[in-house]
Structures are given as structure tokens and as C-alpha cells.
Design a protein around this ligand. Sequence first.
Ligand code: COA
Ligand code: AMP
Length: 644
Amino acid sequence: MNGSHAASTRPAEGYHETYASWQADPEAYWLDIAKGIDWIRPPQRAFDAGQGVYGRWFPDATCNTCFNALDRHVRDGRGGQVALIHDSPVTGTKAKLTYAQMLDEVSTLAAVLKDLGVGKGDRVIIYIPMIPEAVFAMLACARIGAVHSVVFGGFAAKELATRIDDAEPKVILTATCGVEPTRVVEYKPLLDAAIAMSRHKPDACVVLNRPQVEASMHATRDRNWRALVAAAKAAGRRAECVEVAATDPLYILYTSGTTGRPKGVVRDNGGHMVVLKATMDQLFDVGPGEVMFTASDVGWVVGHGYIVYAPLIQGATSVLYEGKPVGTPDPGAFWRVIAEHGVKVLFTAPTAFRAIRKEDPEGKHIAGHDLSRFKALFLAGERADPETLKWAEGLLKVPVIDHWWQTESGSPIVGDPLGLGLLPVKHGSPTVPLPGWDVQCLDEGGRPVAPGMMGAIVLKLPLPPGALPTLWNDDARFREAYLTTYPGYYNTSDAGFIDADGYVFIMGRTDDIINVAGHRLSTGGMEEVLAAHPAVAECAVVGIRDALKGEQPCGFVVLKAGTSQSPAEVEKELVALVRERIGPVAAFKIAVTVNRLPKTRSGKILRATMKKIADGEDYAMPATIEDPAVLDEIDSVLKGRGLG
Ligand code: COA
Ligand code: AMP
């Protein structure tokens, strides 16, 4: 690489000045931040409105993301610094890898991928739990210009099959198992079942044996990871970084859509690096050599961005934690990790803090842990309820920063920018739009609403670098799902309001997406599963309030007349069916049989009213309801189950 050398872009100005400088000249603003990245061909221009669906970032630049995450730090003398700390209470192991060691592992694995025929633009599915090899795999793909798609371990075989068919990977990288606190999750049978179901078949599966499980191998398709890597190391084989266009895809990450078919969110190379660099400086305030602990999973966007790419691009140290906030072994797990590894910033979902608070309301487990290097807690992934926020602030005595974003945005949209100087906190609001984002609140007709009034939260086009340019192989779905409702804007499908001080409040989704323990799930997808049961005539799934997980799915079903099975029997099968088809992560535990579903006169199911009843909230009788008595029936069935 001979491109521009990384210059410090640590902010010298505060939030208002920085936001104003972006507004005044977005091109100059982003080109300046782009100086913090090592390019092969540095960008001469920031944006081309004529390319892609709404334009593309850094259209004339070339780069390599892996080079920025590893090679340049080794080149610059950081080779001996720890890049990744694997801390795994579920297996009782810990490991530290320096930048130089990471580079060795990644360039070897990249050579193995090349030997298997993987080249620039080919897709690779990564189905690996929270172990360093997941990070090696992502970076190895980036190194050779292949496009990775990481699939979260809590999904069922069918979900994996859907992703295999959409991404059409040449190779799948996997491990024999994931380790949950109460059970070992065997990955290989899930992978074999997924491949049996999928239309597309990968050329090869590279399987990493973990000590907990030895998997049976398919004679021709499956390859032994450790043997391939050992042979490549013995032969001194390494793959160098491949030059890609800044606009080439780095990864596809599938996220819940409004049906069972997930959306393949595409992330580019150049814009992604630039925006991650900006957020590390402006929002998270984590610099080279500092330690970031993002307690999420590499299968989610938070894990892609802030376990893997952002800390490494920044030359920081990232903690890869294979455990839970509670029960591994106790609610002091996070404090132990923070103290032991000198963590500056912890980033997790509010549900993790609700879980800790439930088990240790007085924070007794903090005792004995030195948190002196800990400077801030960041929360995202779901609405941070003010009670949990205040509890965390009182306990930790550091800023607790709620920030809002989506898989599609690729990086935070609204937050309190620690690196630019914190703004006054308003509990319940993730604070203000970060530079690059023009956040607005519109009514149904697309007109701006008055400050404080609820509306649709939208983002003015063009979206900044790092946001999705499109959906994988589906520009039409991208336009239809996000850009058509409010012309000129991206529709976030979140509802909320913006107050007179410009603080954004995100109150909930306007579509059928629910958020269960920070995991994004489609109730439409669950309805498809319930409807497939032979005894089910009709169904509706809504997200109901849950003290720990924020929301949990609740399925209402009407059974077909003459069904021989009892309602209890069907309900049990439905719970098992969602687990089998979508996965344990759906946490679908409540199926309720009712005589009929409440509907409008035109036949639309009144899901929002059912949710209000289940949450024990007051509701206004919908004017168009077909038969108001149905709501009383639902209420009494729920009360009979201890709900509502
Ligand atoms: N592989 C396989 N199964 C998994 C899994 C994985 N990677 N992650 C979760 N699961 C399973 C769990 O074992 C559980 O199965 P069960 O029904 O047999 O108990 C199920 O999926 C639901 O998991 P989860 O929602 O995580 O609930 P939990 O009871 O295990 O833990 C919390 C509750 C609050 C501790 C946990 O949700 C948590 O740590 N949340 C943090 C949120 C987070 O990381 N969000 C990511 C976005 S930032
Ligand atoms: P995901 O794509 O999984 O990151 O989920 C994105 C969705 O989670 C958003 O559209 C919001 O509905 C919700 N969300 C994420 N962060 C927040 C937050 N800080 N406050 C409120 N909702 C949030």
C-alpha cells in the first residue's frame, strides 16, 4: 500500500461546530475524515450522486479494509500491541492476540480461502461463535476482497438455508459448536440440515473443531480447518491484501424484514471505514491502544462494527467476550472483564443491564473490581428505559450513553458525542444526530411535524458513508422498503419525536419488527411459521412488554374447526415449531388459543390493540372494529394466563 498515511483526525471542535461544518460542506467534511484511512488510491471526490440507487461514497478510491485493520498497525510499530482479547467464561479460557499474531493468522487463512477458489467478489458465509476464528474469518475475506456474511448462532437451520440461497457462498466457514451457559449448541448438524434444504450448494465447508464437540465430516465437501491452516503455515503460505474499489461490498448482513425473507444489507469498504473512524473519535472516544469491550455478538451489526472493524481500524484493543452478563458465573461478569482488561468503554444492549440489575440491584458485585480506567457505558439495540439508565448512572458513576442506530445505518445515527464533548442528558432520548445524519420527523403526508409531536423518523438522502447503498441483488426491494414512502428520505420505520432542542426520541417501530433482548425479529416471519401448522386457521404475533427482554413475542391462534388436537397440545407444538424454524433466539414461549381475532370491518387484524391489552394499557376502541366483544374475549383469555 502506498496511499496516504493515516493522519490523526481526533476532533478539536465541539458537537455544534462539527455538525455545522458537515452541513456547510459535506464533501470537504468526509474527505477530511477519510485522511484517517490508508487508501491504495486516495479519494479525490467524496460522493457521486449519479451512481447506485441514491449515490455512492468515495467512487474513485481503492483500498483494503483488512490492511487498515491489521497491516498498517504492524507497519507503524504496533505489532506487539494486543489487538484482540478473547475472554470466555463459558469455556474457562482466555487468550490475547497481538496485531502481528492476528496478521499471521488472517493472512494464512486468507491463503487457505484462495486455495479453495475464493476470489474477489465471491461470497463466504461465516457461521462461527464468539471465538477469535470468527474475527480471522471476517478479516481473511476482507483481505482477498471476498464478501462475508456472518450468520448468528442462535438461528435455526432454515434461517441459515435462506441466507445460503440468497448469498450463494462459494465456501462456508464454521466451527463444531457454540457454547451457551446451559448447553453446547452443535453447529454441524444445523449446517448440514441447512445445506440439505438450500437450493445453492457451497463448494466447501471448512470446519473448526472445538474441544467440546468433534463433528462428523462430509467426505468430499468438508475440510478440516486446523489441518488446512497448519499445512498453509508449514508451507509459508500467506495471502496479501487485494485492491478493491471503495464501493465494493465488504459484507452482507441479513436482518429481519417484514416477512420471513430477511433483507441482505450490503456494506461497502471505503465508506464503512471512514464512518467507523469518525464514530470512534467523535462518539466513543476510543483511541489507539485503548480497550473497547462490546458485549454483543459478531452475528449482529454491533459486533461487526464495534467488536471487529472499528476498534481494529482505530488501532485499539477489542474484547471478544463469550459469555453472558449474568450467570457466567454471576452478575459481576462485566465488572471483572472491565477491571481485568483495563476497559475504557463498554458497549452493550440495555437488556444486559436489566438482567444485571435484576440479579444484583445494589451492585454488590462491583466490590473488589478496579473500575478506575472505565470511562463510559454505551447502550443501543433497543430503547433504553430511563429507569435502567438512571440505575446504571448511579452505580457506575460514568456517563451512560444511549445511542440509536440500525443494521442498515451501519453506525450510530443519534448519540451523545463523548469525543466531541457531552451534551446535557435527557433521559429517554439518545440525544442528537451525529454529523452526517439529517434526521427529521414527518407526518403521514410527509410534512414535518412540530417539535415534540410524534411522527415517522426519517433520514434525508443521501445517507452518509457506511450506510447501506442497497440490498444484496435487490435494488427494487431496497427502494420499495425504504425510499418510496417519503420521497427524498430513507424511512427508518421507527416512530418518535424531535424536541425543541433538537433531541431525538425513538419510541418504537411502525412495522412488525420487534426487539427481543436487543435481537431484531420479524413477527411476520413468526406468523408464517404458525400459519404452517395444520391445525391453525388464523394467527397474529405481537411483541408484548417484558421486564427483562424489553419485548417478547406472543402468538394468538385460532384453530381450524374440527381440529382433533387440544389447544394446549397445538400451543406446545407451535412453540417448538418456531424454535425449530427460526431458532431459540426468537424466544417464542407464549402461544394463546382464542376463538377469533379482532379485526376491522375490512378484515385487518388489530395487532396494536391486542398488544395494548396484553401490556395492560388503556386503549381506544378502534372506530372501524368489526365486533368490539372480541377485545373482551382476548382480555379474559390473557388474564387467564396471567397476562394483560
Ligand atoms: N447460539 C445459540 N443459541 C443462542 C445464542 C447463540 N449465539 N444466543 C442466544 N441463544 C439462545 C439462548 O441459549 C436461549 O436459548 P434457551 O431458550 O434454550 O434458553 C435463547 O437463544 C434466547 O437467548 P437470549 O435472548 O440471549 O436470552 P438468555 O435468556 O439466554 O439471556 C440476556 C438473556 C439478557 C442475558 C441476554 O439476552 C443478553 O445478554 N442480551 C444482551 C443483548 C445483546 O447482546 N444484543 C445484541 C445487540 S447489541
Ligand atoms: P438492529 O437493526 O438490530 O440494530 O435494530 C434496529 C432497531 O432497534 C431500530 O430500528 C430501533 O427500533 C431499535 N433501536 C436500536 N437502538 C435504539 C435506541 N437507542 N433507542 C430506541 N430504539 C433503538
